[in-house]
Design a protein. Structure first.
Length: 333
C-alpha cells in the first residue's frame, strides 16, 4: 500500500491553520518585480528576447504610472456590502464604469515608452497607437471593452498590450485605493466570492498560479489575477477551471509526452483530464524570482505543447493574446 507525502499546505489545513486567502498587490513592487524578472528571462538568450525586453520597458512605465496615479471613483460602502452579500467581486472588469483616468494613463505610458524604444521592433506599434488612436476616446474604450470581455473580433492585437497595460495599472489602483479607503477598523472590501476560479476583486481570470515561500503563506498556492494582480488562495492539485481533484497532471517542456519525473522546472502546466483545461503554475521554491505574468510570457512554448496535447487554457495573459478574427475566445499565451 503506497501513501503520498502531504504538501506543507495540506499539513497546515489538516492542523486547522488559517490560510491567508487574499494577497493584494503592493504599489512599490508589483510592476518593478515584473520588470526585473522579464529582464532576467531575456538575458538568458531567450528566443523571444526582444518581446520580453519590450514588456520589461512597459512594466517599468507601469511602475512609474502607479506611483503617482490620480484619484479615481471608488465603490461606496453600500456597493461593497451589496457585492459581499451577493458573492460577487466589487470591481467587476466587465461592468465597472471606467474612469477617464485610464485613458490618460495610457497616454502617459506611451509618452514614457517612446524615448526608450529606439531600435526596438515595438517602436512602430507604440508610435502607431499614439499617432492614430491615442486621442480617440471612443476607440480606446471600445478596445478596452473587447479586451475585458474576451471578444477578439475587432481587437487591434498590436495595440492590445499597451491598452492592457493601462487597464492593469488602473485596476491595480482601484484595488489599492478601495482597500485604503475602507480603513483598518472596518471589514475588508474584498473576500471570498461564489466563483473561486475568478479574481475576488475584479472577476477576471488568472494569468497563472504561484506556489509561495516565506511568511504565513509559505507552501501555499495562489492564483494571480491577469488584470489587477491580486492573488487568491486555492489548494494545490485542484483544477483551476472545474475545481476537480482527479486526473491532475503537471507538464513541462521536458516532460510533455514523456514520463520523466526527475526534472524540477520553475514553470509547469497543471492539466486536468476531466475538463481538458490547464493553467501554468510557477514555483518560488524552485526559483525565488518567478513572477506569474513574466514567466507565463517566457514559456509560450509550453502553451503550444500542451495545446497540441488537446488541453485548453483556463487563464489569460492580457499582454499576449492568441486568436483569429471572428472568434470571441481571448485565450492568452
Amino acid at each position: 500500500m503506497s501513501s503520498r507525502l502531504l504538501s506543507p499546505e495540506e499539513i497546515a489545513v489538516q492542523a486547522g491553520q488559517q490560510v491567508p486567502y487574499l494577497r493584494l498587490p503592493e504599489r512599490g513592487t508589483v510592476f518593478a518585480e515584473r520588470e526585473m524578472r522579464l529582464r532576467q528571462l531575456a538575458a538568458g538568450g531567450h528566443a523571444m528576447r526582444d518581446f520580453l525586453l519590450f514588456m520589461a520597458e512597459l512594466a517599468q512605465a507601469q511602475h512609474g504610472l502607479l506611483q503617482a496615479y490620480p484619484a479615481v471613483a471608488l465603490p461606496d460602502a453600500a456597493a461593497l456590502d451589496a457585492a459581499s452579500r451577493a458573492g460577487l467581486p466589487p470591481l467587476p472588469a466587465e461592468h465597472w464604469p471606467r474612469d477617464a483616468a485610464w485613458r490618460s494613463g495610457l497616454r502617459r505610458l506611451l509618452a514614457a515608452l517612446l524615448p526608450r524604444l529606439a531600435g526596438s521592433p515595438a517602436l512602430a506599434a507604440v508610435r502607431a497607437l499614439q499617432d492614430t488612436h491615442a486621442g480617440d476616446d471612443a476607440w480606446l474604450d471600445q478596445q478596452a471593452d473587447r479586451l475585458l470581455t474576451g471578444v477578439m473580433l475587432g481587437l487591434d492585437l498590436a495595440a492590445t498590450p499597451l491598452v492592457a497595460a493601462a487597464l492593469q495599472v488602473y485596476w491595480t489602483q482601484l484595488v489599492l485605493a478601495t482597500q485604503e479607503a475602507r480603513g483598518a477598523d472596518r471589514l475588508p472590501p474584498f473576500g471570498r466570492t461564489d466563483d473561486a476560479t475568478l479574481c475576488p476583486c475584479c472577476g477576471s481570470r488568472p494569468v497563472a498560479s504561484i506556489s509561495r515561500i516565506g511568511g504565513s503563506d509559505a507552501g501555499f498556492r495562489y492564483l494571480q489575477c491577469a488584470l489587477c494582480a491580486a492573488q487568491w488562495h486555492m489548494v494545490r492539485i485542484k483544477c483551476t477551471h472545474c475545481l476537480g481533484t482527479q486526473g491532475i497532471h503537471y507538464q513541462s517542456p521536458q516532460r510533455v509526452g514523456t514520463e520523466a519525473r526527475d526534472a524540477k522546472p520553475a514553470t509547469e502546466a497543471e492539466t486536468c483530464d476531466a475538463c481538458g483545461h490547464y493553467l501554468k503554475i510557477v514555483h518560488m521554491e524552485r526559483d525565488v524570482n518567478v513572477e506569474p505574468v513574466a514567466d507565463d510570457l517566457g514559456s509560450v512554448t509550453l502553451d503550444l505543447l500542451v495545446s497540441e496535447a488537446g488541453f485548453r487554457r483556463h487563464g489569460i495573459n492580457l499582454m499576449l493574446l492568441f486568436g483569429d478574427d471572428g472568434t470571441d475566445d481571448g485565450g492568452g499565451g
